[in-house]
Design a protein around this ligand. Structure first.
Ligand SMILES: Nc1ncnc2c1ncn2[C@@H]1O[C@H](COP(=O)(O)OP(=O)(O)O)[C@@H](O)[C@H]1O
Ligand SMILES: [Mg+2]
Length: 249
């Protein structure tokens, strides 16, 4: 089983879009996927047109198993909802005297091996929940919108990641995914080249700017459902294949 966190401290870089469409892409290839929303905004559920009544908070509180709380959103795709109830979970974590950073990993340990992939969407910022995600996941995929500000966020995020890697050698920044790529914007191409040279192994083919990608969540659909012929569908399909080709599942 591969555990991939979609993370970067900056908001609006395409984390949720990537979590939803990568999970949908993997499920379309018949992999069992558990998509976990670790954001209090609950956007992952809406993007898939779902309205789960239980989710991650109930699992971590021990009120439900992953199996009971996860909703079958599509063939092979199970959703563990986030949303406002996560605020309580965050308080619970910060109240612990020790071991708080392991809370989510302990809660999700029952899910191990049942799924080929666990994909975790995270909130912007750096808080108790994001730290918990990084004590559970083994691979990090960082979406990087092609702006100078986002490059700075990536550097900061790497430093924060390193502080956790000291305790968890198995945690690796595996993928750097350029997003909002627009070849008409000169700066966009320059930043792309920079990312490719700095992250030769992690670098993924970019996700192009696509209006369809921004419309799909409003219809509760993954890009493969909403606009299967769009550049967004092509780009997320390429990402899916890249991650599958890296093996293990
Ligand atoms: N490649 C893209 N092209 C156009 N719009 C996009 C693209 N990726 C994401 N969006 C839109 O940009 C906004 C921010 O994306 P989102 O995935 O929610 O970012 P984050 O989760 O990092 O805050 C959303 O409205 C989303 O629909
Ligand atoms: Mg988001």
């Amino acid at each position: 089983m591969r555990k991939i966190a979609i993370a970067l401290s900056k908001g609006g870089v395409g984390k949720t879009t990537t979590a939803v469409n990568l999970a949908a892409g993997l499920a379309r290839q018949s992999r069992s996927v558990l998509l976990v929303d670790v954001d209090t905004q609950g956007q992952v559920s809406r993007a898939l047109g779902c309205n789960p009544t239980t989710g991650l908070a109930e699992v971590v509180a021990g009120e439900a198993t992953v199996e009971q709380a996860a909703l079958l959103a599509r063939d092979h795709l199970w959703l563990l909802g986030g949303g406002r109830s996560l605020a309580g979970l965050k308080r619970q974590i910060t109240r612990k005297d020790f071991g708080g950073e392991q809370t989510l990993a302990e809660g999700l340990s029952g899910a191990d091996s049942r799924y080929d992939f666990v994909i975790l969407d995270t909130a912007p910022g750096w808080d108790a929940l994001s730290i918990n995600v990084l004590f559970y996941a083994e691979e990090v995929l960082a979406p990087v919108s092609l702006e100078v500000m986002t490059l700075q966020s990536l550097m900061e995020f790497r430093r924060s990641l390193e502080s956790i890697q000291r305790y968890r050698q198995e945690l690796a920044l595996r993928y750097v995914l350029p997003t909002f790529f627009d070849r008409r914007v000169k700066k966009s191409g320059e930043i792309l080249a920079l990312l490719e040279s700095h992250y030769p192994q992690q670098y993924c083919a970019p996700i192009r700017y696509s209006v369809r990608l921004s419309e799909a969540p409003g219809y509760g659909q993954a890009i493969f459902e909403y606009a299967p012929g769009s550049s967004g569908a092509q780009d997320y399909q390429a990402l899916t294949e890249r991650i599958l080709n890296d093996g293990q599942a």
